[in-house]
Design a protein around this ligand. Structure first.
Ligand SMILES: Cc1cc(C)cc(-c2cc(NC(=O)[C@H]3COCCO3)[nH]n2)c1
Length: 224
């Protein structure tokens, strides 16, 4: 008896709202809420990408920074996102940052727990809900960068911005959109508790959290 597996069932048959506009119209559908919980979920979405890379065995450190203006930077020490051209005609990083379904999370074995119980919606959702976002990739001693504004619209394209002796890796800095979230002020302890949990699960990977906001500068290092 051959299992009567449904033929050709795939993502496309799911009504997927296209485009970054769809996310901005119904953010709760993607990140649960636009209050402080949703604000912090943005960080976990990006951190999950860095965690994926560490889980694949690349990079043993992840750095998270609350910038002075409540922007967030997440950096991994992995291989660096692929920087080639995607078949769609735009650089792969741009696809990952702007196409809703793109990014390694899809097709991931379901056993992999995603952040906050919501299925990993990926970096494009964070981009769509950010006033601005900068992606920097270091790969083979070369540094590449692409900027996005007003909910994920690319400014130009991916540019090679120079050579570096820095370690390989991927870095995302994003500023949540104040017109979408009821608060854009991050809570250090909330992030610290979550990153501690991630470090506990990611034995051997060092996760750092740094607060650069005036008057509350501090740093924690989590490694188990
Ligand atoms: C912090 C952060 C944020 C985002 C959106 C992606 C990533 C990211 C994505 C990747 N991917 C990779 O390094 C490539 C390396 O080549 C195989 C596929 O995965 N590494 N790190 C890191």
């Amino acid at each position: 008896m051959v299992a009567n597996k449904k033929q050709n069932y795939d993502d496309s048959s799911i009504q997927v709202l296209e485009g970054l506009e769809a996310v901005r119209k119904r953010p709760g559908m993607y990140i649960g809420s636009t209050d402080t919980r949703g604000l912090h979920h943005l960080v976990y979405e990006i951190v999950d990408n860095a965690v994926d890379e560490a889980l694949s065995g690349f990079g043993d450190e992840i750095n998270v920074v609350i910038e002075a203006d409540n922007a967030i930077t997440v950096q991994d020490h992995g291989r660096g996102m692929p920087v080639g051209m995607h078949s769609s005609g735009v650089p792969t990083p741009e696809v990952i940052m702007t196409v809703l379904h793109a990014g390694g999370k899809f097709g991931q074995a379901d056993g992999y727990k995603t952040s906050g119980g919501l299925h990993g919606v990926g970096a494009s959702v964070v981009n769509a809900l950010s006033d601005h976002l900068t992606l920097t990739v270091v790969r083979d001693g070369k540094k590449y960068q692409e900027k996005f504004e007003n909910g994920g619209h690319p400014v130009g394209t991916l540019e090679k911005i120079g050579k570096t002796k820095d370690h390989d890796g991927t870095r995302v800095t994003f500023k949540p959109d104040a017109t979408i979230f009821s608060t854009i002020v991050y809570n250090y302890q909330t992030l610290a508790e979550r990153l501690r949990e991630s470090a506990f699960l990611l034995k051997g990977v060092k996760i750092t959290l740094t607060d650069k906001r005036a008057g509350q500068e501090q740093e924690d290092i989590f490694k188990f």
